[in-house]
Design a protein around this ligand. Structure first.
Ligand SMILES: Nc1ncnc2c1ncn2[C@@H]1O[C@H](COP(=O)(O)OP(=O)(O)OP(=O)(O)O)[C@@H](O)[C@H]1O
Ligand SMILES: [Mg+2]
Length: 660
């Protein structure tokens, strides 16, 4: 009874895993699931096989033990012959010990294989997610991706790993227990086997309702979690706008829905046990009635009847388990569909077969008539005919209104995407011909939003170079103006920065990010709105370390605050692709794939000055470069020594022509 109840709870849990997946995924065949994930069990198959062997051994011991029980009833209890008791009693004890050991070993070894399989599968899916452009994760709900990495991965394991072991051992148990029952009394066995469909019908009826209740539970659980997550993450906003009570009410509402869903699950699983028990009782009464008649006719002994009843007590749960397995299989396949969908997503870019490593470059960056539209947004290109050059060591300021495509430039330079037209070049080499890893070694981006992990200050600074020594970390921290405030933190460099660095001030977070960039020491630096969200005073504090960071590196400074432009920097303006141009491009079928670039005469051989002039000519409606002075080409960067600022970061709004 207890086992049946536990089983029913497990059934509802399993269904709930897959029910959440089913909403989003079309059904996939079992074969597809196995074809995709069976290779991942390589090396673990002996564990699963051993799990099956031990579980089957345990079932066989149970069959033998019940036989002994029947024997004791007939030879000892009925005849009151105590002499005959000891041998079967000790054999029974021996069998029980072996069965216990085998079932323990089987369960543990199966768990060993299952957990390793789970680990491997999760690593594989997460590893794959990391190869996709960051936008893949950004476009999806975080909670949904996390559910795939936890619940759905588990659902696959329950199908391909432990599920398979369970299917084999349950089927074997059914054969053993039914066979043993037939051996005791074949006609009686036939009568009771005829009742098996009753179990299947009941479990099918319940499973359908379980599935609905479980799907509701998963849904409201997700809704409740998102209210919780948002409420906690946006706590400052909630409190500042006096919305605490509304948030609490929102959570309470979702909580009530969840409560109702849970209660209907509890109602179903509470009812399931008694209903099954009634059917079992009916079976038992029929067996006893027919058995009594058979005993009277001399065809059966009392021990035989008791053994028969015991086999049935084991057989029925096993049959139920089989019915439940069929359901689990079809449901878990839906979870696997969600994983396959992630695994099938192809990275926007991959390394070319003949890609070469970039090596330590000088840091000359060139955009040559670049056109680009985000995937799925072909009719709204983010960039069109953008050309500019940043010479080694130069500070190039890119300015322009929101949505003009400034951050997109950084994504193309890092090769999160490839341009649809034109080329992006690093030191004269098309970035498509370089390995992504070596390209990214050469470019440090300070993103528009500061991204910190929840480790210590030290961990965050060393993120780009985990092998850095403490001296190097401190030197970078000094350059970035982190060292001073770290002294005041309770545990210095070991102080945790909190979730996303929230225990630091905005300016401190930004300076930690600068220290991270300093330590990385790449020849090209892209600063995307480095002062976003900082007040003037903090911005002033960040400016000096930024100036030190920019020294000697090719710096592309993206900003729409022209007061942040260092004197002597070249400024180009970027305008959004205008509507009429978008329509023209759409009609012309642009963006199209990269076209022939050989004869166009945009080679990398021109000087920076010419490049700037070209940019003016080709700008059309888009880039508006405003060269104030020719860029001074500088020699190759010397590695890893923080230098004095080459040019002070003096706000000079008057000196900068800000485009149209
Ligand atoms: N991942 C994306 N998928 C689709 N479109 C995007 C994506 N990221 C940006 N865009 C669109 O591309 C255009 C350029 O965006 P981008 O972020 O480069 O602008 P920006 O110049 O950096 O603006 P801001 O100054 O506000 O940061 C915008 O119209 C934006 O809506
Ligand atoms: Mg931006």
């Amino acid at each position: 009874m207890l086992t049946v109840h536990r089983e029913s709870r497990r059934l509802s849990r399993r269904l709930s895993f897959s029910a959440s997946g089913r909403e989003l995924a079309p059904a996939v065949t079992l074969r597809r699931t196995f074809r995709e994930f069976w290779p991942d069990t390589r090396g673990l198959r002996p564990l699963f096989a051993a799990g099956v062997v031990f579980a089957v051994l345990a079932a066989l011991c149970e069959v033998a033990a019940i036989r002994l029980f029947g024997h004791i009833t007939d030879e000892v209890l009925t005849t009151r012959n105590l002499e005959a008791f000891w041998v079967p009693a000790f054999s029974w004890l021996g069998l029980a010990t072996v069965a216990g050991a085998a079932s323990f070993a089987g369960a543990y070894i199966t768990a060993l294989g299952a957990e390793r399989f789970l680990l491997r599968l999760r690593d594989r899916v997460f590893g794959h997610l990391q190869t996709l452009a960051p936008d893949y994760a950004e476009k999806r709900r975080l909670g949904d991706l996390m559910a795939r990495l936890t619940d759905d991965v588990e659902a696959i394991e329950e199908l391909v790993g432990s599920g398979l072991v369970k299917a084999i051992t349950t089927a074997a148990s059914v054969v053993f227990f039914a066979g043993a029952a037939f051996l005791v009394r074949w006609d009686l066995a036939l009568v009771t086997l005829a009742l098996i469909p009753a179990f299947l019908v009941v479990s099918k009826l319940f499973a359908a309702r379980f599935r609905v209740a479980a799907a509701r539970e998963r849904h409201s659980n997700g809704a409740m979690n998102s209210v919780l997550e948002e409420g906690l993450a946006n706590q400052p906003l909630v409190q500042a706008y006096n919305r605490q009570r509304d948030e609490a009410r929102r959570l309470h509402r979702e909580g009530r829905t969840w409560l109702r869903a849970n209660l209907s699950q509890a109602w179903l699983s509470g009812l399931y046990g008694p209903v099954v028990q009634v059917i079992e009782t009916v079976c038992l009464i029929i067996v006893l009635g027919v058995g009594a008649w058979e005993i009277a006719a001399g065809r059966l002994t009392i021990g035989g009847l008791l053994a028969f009843a015991a086999y049935l007590a084991l057989l029925y749960p096993a049959v139920q388990g089989l019915g439940e397995l069929a359901l689990t299989v079809s449901e878990a396949a839906a979870g696997s569909d969600r994983i396959i969908e992630v695994l099938r997503a192809r990275p926007a870019v991959t390394d070319a077969p003949a890609a070469v490593a970039a090596g330590q470059g000088r840091g000359r960056v060139e955009f040559d008539r670049v056109g680009f539209a985000y995937p799925g947004r072909a009719s709204r290109p983010a960039l069109h005919e953008v050309s500019f050059v940043a010479e080694p060591g130069e500070v190039l300021v890119i300015t322009g209104p929101s949505g003009a495509g400034k951050s997109t430039l950084a994504k193309l330079l890092l090769r999160f995407y490839d341009p649809d037209e034109g080329r992006v070049l690093l030191d004269g080499a098309d970035v498509r011909g370089l390995t992504r890893e070596s390209l990214r070694e050469n470019v440090t981006v300070l993103h528009q939003e500061t991204m910190l992990f929840s480790g210590s200050v030290r961990d965050n600074i060393a993120y780009g170079r985990p092998a850095a020594s403490m001296e190097e970390i401190i030197r970078a921290a000094e350059t970035a103006g982190v060292h001073d405030f770290v002294q005041d933190l309770p545990r210095g460099y070991d102080t945790p920065v909190g979730q996303r660095g929230r225990l630091l001030s905005g300016g401190q977070r930004q300076r930690v990010a600068i220290a991270r960039a300093v330590l990385r020491d790449a020849p090209v630096l892209v600063l995307d709105e480095p002062m976003t969200g900082l007040d003037e005073e903090t911005a002033a504090q960040v400016m000096a370390p930024l100036g030190r960071l920019m020294t000697g590196r090719t710096t592309i400074l993206i900003t729409h605050d022209l007061r942040q432009v260092p004197s002597g920097a070249r400024v180009i303006g970027l305008r959004p692709v205008p509507r009429h141009e978008r329509i023209r491009l759409k009609r012309a079928g642009v963006p199209r794939l990269a076209r022939d670039r050989t004869g166009a005469g945009h080679g990398a051989s021109r000087t920076g000055r010419q490049e700037a002039a070209h940019a003016v000519r080709s700008s059309g409606p888009v880039p508006v470069p405003l060269p104030r002075e020719p860029p001074e080409p500088r020699g190759p960067r010397e590695p890893r020594e923080p230098r004095e600022p080459r040019e002070p970061l003096v706000p000079e709004p008057g000196g900068v022509d800000a485009g149209p």
